[in-house]
Design a protein around this ligand. Structure first.
Ligand code: SIN
Length: 325
């Protein structure tokens, strides 16, 4: 009896030795030298260090595997196990996350962080559970700036111009408010659209504008800080529940540590990339006076009211409250 048990455990051991590691595919759309790109690589390093031979993380940056149009569907099909879309790209799954797109809601990234860590912010991580998606954490990128092939100083400067936007009805309404033409397009197409002048402008963070070279094909960047571009790292409920509890904990801890590193990078990267863009002299910076910025606020802030019912007044109020330190 003893002998059979020993044999069985030896067999299991040898099978484990030869079993292929479980692959976690992590797909994203940005470059590797961005907060998200670096976070994904750190996550890979930590998981493979802590679960050697058992789990392997394959990172696919730059929309190599899936892009904006299909990454969440691919997650639900288990063709990929982790994605980290911008918070603007979840509209098909929940309207609650639209709160992050409301223009001029957050004063700075510290306020965004306070909201994400608050009870209301943490609740949003599970707001898509009925659709099979589970948020594992938030990751920062930074505040968005406008860019175009003309200086955008006053809201009237945007009139009639085509702007590429992420797939968000709130962002569409934000550009409608200044009589511009919002065009929803995947991130992977932005550079070509700008280069060929199929569109006139876009909005993004300094690190995305730098890493994807948008500044080389846009004559002006307005430092508007009008909204936030952050991420939610999501997995599918089905995949997450299929993991043994102890391994899941190790994977989650690794992700939390990778997020902490990504957030640290985000804090400095946008400023560094802004400087690199300015040093390149390929584009000009438009700095708004407080009175000019106030004109953008006055015209764009009424957008909030249109989305209040879907997002929830309580959620908006909690986000606003995060501006108070
Ligand atoms: C991203 O940062 O993941 C892409 C943002 C965009 O689509 O503009």
């Amino acid at each position: 009896m003893m002998k059979i048990a020993t044999l069985a455990s030896m067999l299991t051991l040898s099978l484990n030795v030869f079993a292929a590691p479980v692959e976690i595919k992590f797909s994203h759309v940005v470059a590797e030298n961005t907060p998200k790109g670096q976070m994904a690589l750190k996550f890979k390093e930590l998981v493979e260090q802590r679960l050697p031979g058992e789990y392997k993380v394959s990172v696919f940056p730059n929309s190599q595997l899936f892009g904006d149009n299909n990454e969440l569907a691919a997650l639900l099909l288990n063709d990929v196990q982790l994605v980290a879309p911008s918070l603007s790209k979840f509209e098909r799954y929940t309207k609650k996350l639209q709160v992050f797109d409301l223009p001029f809601l957050f004063e700075d990234m510290a306020a965004v962080d306070r909201f994400q860590q608050s009870e209301a912010g943490q609740k949003l991580l599970t707001s898509m559970r009925r659709k099979g998606l589970l948020g594992l954490g938030y990751l920062h990128n930074g505040m968005k700036q406008f860019s175009a092939n003309d200086p955008l100083t006053l809201p009237s400067d945007a009139k009639g111009k085509k702007f590429r936007i992420m797939a968000s009805d709130v962002i569409a309404a934000q550009f409608d408010a200044v009589d511009a033409i919002p065009v929803k397009k995947p991130f992977s197409e932005v550079f070509t659209l700008l280069q060929t002048r199929a569109i006139d402008g876009q909005e993004n963070t300094w690190s995305n504008i730098y890493s994807k070279k948008f500044y080389e094909v846009q004559s002006h960047i307005t430092e508007s800080n009008h909204g936030v571009l952050d991420y939610m790292i999501v997995t599918s409920d089905a995949f997450w529940n299929s993991l043994p509890k102890d391994k899941r904990q190790i994977i989650k801890d690794s992700l939390d540590e990778a997020i902490a590193l990504g957030n640290k990078i985000a804090m400095t990267k946008n400023e560094e990339d802004k400087q690199a863009i300015l040093n390149s002299k390929r584009t000009q910076l438009v700095t708004l006076t407080p009175a000019q910025r106030q004109q953008w606020v006055a015209i764009m802030k009424p957008v909030w009211a249109k989305f209040e019912d879907k997002v929830g007044k309580d959620v908006i109020r909690a986000a606003e409250a995060a501006n108070n330190k």
